[in-house]
Structures are given as C-alpha cells and as structure tokens.
Design a binder for this molecule. Structure first.
Ligand code: ZN
Length: 399
C-alpha cells in the first residue's frame, strides 16, 4: 500500500520516497513507492507524469496506476532497484490543468443537479476538452439555449464566490449524515469532496483548494450520446484558450467582411444572400449562352439525305451540363440531329440528341461509336476514349 500524498495536499509537487517493489510487463518497467504524490489514472482523471531522481540520475515517469492493494505503480524509463531512495517531482502544468478540469466537473455536475435534477455519470478528461454524460429527467437529451446559459451562469457564479474546496475521510457515522449528491462506489475509507455549501460528493481525485482557482467554465457543446445528454466543457486556462481561439476566428472572419464580433452574423447573412443572387444570375446567363450557341450551330448545320439537319461541333470549354443545355436548345428546331463533344482530362465528353421528328437512335449511335454511357432514342451521353468520336458517329448516321 502506498501513502497517497495528494489525498492530503494536492499542491505538493516534490516528495521523498523509497522504492518498495519493481515489476516488468509488456508495457514496460514499473516501480512501487512507499509514498507518492503521483496521481494514478482513475475517476476520469488521467495520471500524472514527472521524474524520479536518485544518485544524480533522473528517470521519467510515463504512466501511473493503482492496483487492488492500493499500491501505486510508476512506469519508468530506467529500472530502479528495490530499496532505492528517490525524490519525485510531478509535471505541475499537466496536474494543474487536470485539477482545473476535474474541479470544474464537480461545479458543473452540481449545478446541473441543482437546476434540472440531471444525474451526471462519468467524466472523460480529453486533451482539448472534457465531457460528462448526464441522465436528465424524462429522458431529455438537450438543453435549450436559455437553459444552457442558466447552467453556465450558475456554475460561474459558484466559481466567482471563491468558496473553499475541502477533501476529508469522514467516519461512518459522519458519512451517514452528509448530504452527498451521489453515493460512494466504495464501502469503506470513503473520501468526500465539498465545495462551499452547494456541492458534496465522494471523490478520490485532485482539486484546487477553492472554486475561484477554477477561473471559468464554458460549455462548448451539448449533444445526445447513447441515451444520455453529453456536455462538452472547458475550465480554467483551457476556458481562456478556447475564448482566445474563438475570438481569433471572429476577428479573422470579421476583418474579411468589415464586420465586428457583434455585426458578423448580419455580414455573413448579407454575403450568403449576395451569393445566392449571383448563383441565380449565373444560371440564367448560362442558359442564355446555350441558346445563342445553339442558334449559331443551327445556322452552320449540314443537311442530310432524307431531310434531317446535322450539327457536329467540338466545344473546348464545355462541361457535361453545358453540352446538355446546348443540345436541348438545338433540338427544339425541327429535324435537327446534334452531335457534341468536349475534351476533358479523362476522355471526351459526348452528347447526342435529335428533334422528335428527326430519325435515328441516339443511344444506339452512342454504343456503335464505342462510347461509354447511355440514354434514350432522342438523347444520350457518355465519355469516349477516341477524340474523333464525332466523325465516327456522323459517318454512321450518313450510311
Ligand atoms: Zn473530484
């Protein structure tokens, strides 16, 4: 069993200890200490990292776990012999961040219980943000915008009240009298964490000594997840960093639209409206252009035996839709057969069409000319490997 220094003092960064055991497994070399300030992964809070120094050497602690005998095991980069006296030092930046996120979870979970009787199950402390899953009354999976604001306001009011956060091991008699927000998951040696007079739960984690040190809590997103309501949040320095990232994005977007943070939504709406108008105008212009081109092609068409008129043209800048539009305009003219092609990076785009009173099966013509694609007797299109596809098709029509 290891004496857990952080139970008594979560702010102790350095400590002296003795290696009591060592073991090796697939993950690496582990050593146990008689006492440790290193927090082992548990309760949603990730383990600490840091160094162990002995005989002027320093080894890195890359993982920390507690076993069933309450011994804390430290995974180290170099083996340390049993009986060695070591000085441990935890990575304080990492630990402090975890204390702020974990402490923030208590305040948020307590506030959601107070406001909406939502029961929080589990914390996941991620690299950028943390999540809690909440069982809401009547199976609700969302909060309204108004409720979310209410929740953020209460949580941050509780932070700003700078209430003390106290951790202790009550006797069984005292434990029975405590107004815990949720029941303990262990039977004996229950540790209780209380923030001011508004939050009290069993917890073995590390927390700041007052709510003011949590700085701020910001909800990032609320979404349903496996039948629960999942709240994604940031606390402490992460909340400030999140705010800075958001403001950078707002300023960058605002500068491009000559808008401030407040007027940005209207500026975006204006831009979207202008974009829609341009799209409509572009569609109308394309239709007009197709009509003009079709008229020009009809003027230069070649009469065929039997009375039909053949249009055959390669249009270098056209895409599939442009070819279709031009062809459909052209075949409004009586007896017209139109064979269009446009080069593209992966083959020649082909469109064949004919007026209702013209002869020929365009789908068949497409197949006969070796073009991949399909269609009907009066309209067919596809992609050909042969750049001279139109000559092949025209020769076939004239036969
Ligand atoms: Zn806790």
């Amino acid at each position: 069993m290891t004496d857990r220094i952080y139970y008594v003092d979560a702010y102790q960064k350095q400590f002296d200890a003795t290696a009591t055991a060592t073991r090796k497994d697939a993950d690496g070399v582990w050593i146990a200490l008689d006492r440790s300030a290193f927090y082992p992964t548990g309760g949603g809070q990730p383990h600490d990292t840091g160094t162990l120094r002995f005989l002027e050497r320093a080894v890195q602690v890359t993982d920390v776990l507690a076993d069933e005998e309450n011994t804390i095991w430290h995974r180290v980069t170099t083996p340390i012999e049993k009986g060695t006296a070591v000085r441990g030092e935890i990575d304080w930046v990492r630990r402090w961040d975890h204390m702020q996120q974990h402490g923030g979870e208590h305040i948020l979970a307590g506030s959601i219980w107070h406001l909406f009787q939502g029961i929080t199950r589990g914390l996941h402390l991620g690299k950028e943000s943390s999540t809690i899953d909440v069982k809401m009354p009547f199976g609700r999976l969302h909060l309204t915008q108004e409720e979310t604001k209410q929740l953020e306001d209460l949580a941050n009011e509780r932070i700003m009240s700078d209430a003390p956060i106290r951790c202790w091991f009550p006797s069984q008699d005292e434990l029975r009298t405590l107004p815990l927000r949720k029941e303990a998951t262990v039977d004996h040696h229950v540790r209780v964490v209380a923030a001011g007079d508004f939050e009290m739960v069993p917890c073995g984690g590390t927390h700041p000594s007052s709510t003011g040190q949590l700085g701020m809590i910001k909800i990032v997103e609320i979404a349903p997840s496996r039948g629960s309501m999942r709240i994604q949040f940031v606390a402490g320095m992460r909340a400030l960093q999140f705010f800075q990232t958001c403001m950078d994005a707002v300023h960058l977007s605002g500068a491009q639209l000559s808008a401030s943070a407040v007027t940005l939504p209207q500026a975006v709406k204006k831009m979207m409206d202008a974009n829609d108008a341009l799209k409509k105008e572009n569609t109308a212009l394309k239709a007009e252009k197709a009509q003009v081109l079709a008229a020009e092609l009809i003027a230069g068409a070649e009469p065929l035996q039997g009375g039909d008129i053949l249009i055959k043209a390669v249009l270098p800048d056209a895409d599939m839709n442009t070819l279709r539009d031009i062809a459909l305009h052209a075949v409004k003219q009586s007896r017209v057969i139109v064979l269009l092609a446009a080069p593209s990076p992966d083959g020649t785009l082909v469109t064949f069409a004919r007026a209702q009173d013209a002869k020929g099966d365009m789908a068949l013509l497409l197949r006969q000319s070796g073009t991949k694609g399909g269609g009907r007797a009066d309209f067919a299109r596809g992609k050909a490997g042969d750049p001279d596809i139109l000559d092949v098709a025209a020769a076939s029509l004239k036969q």
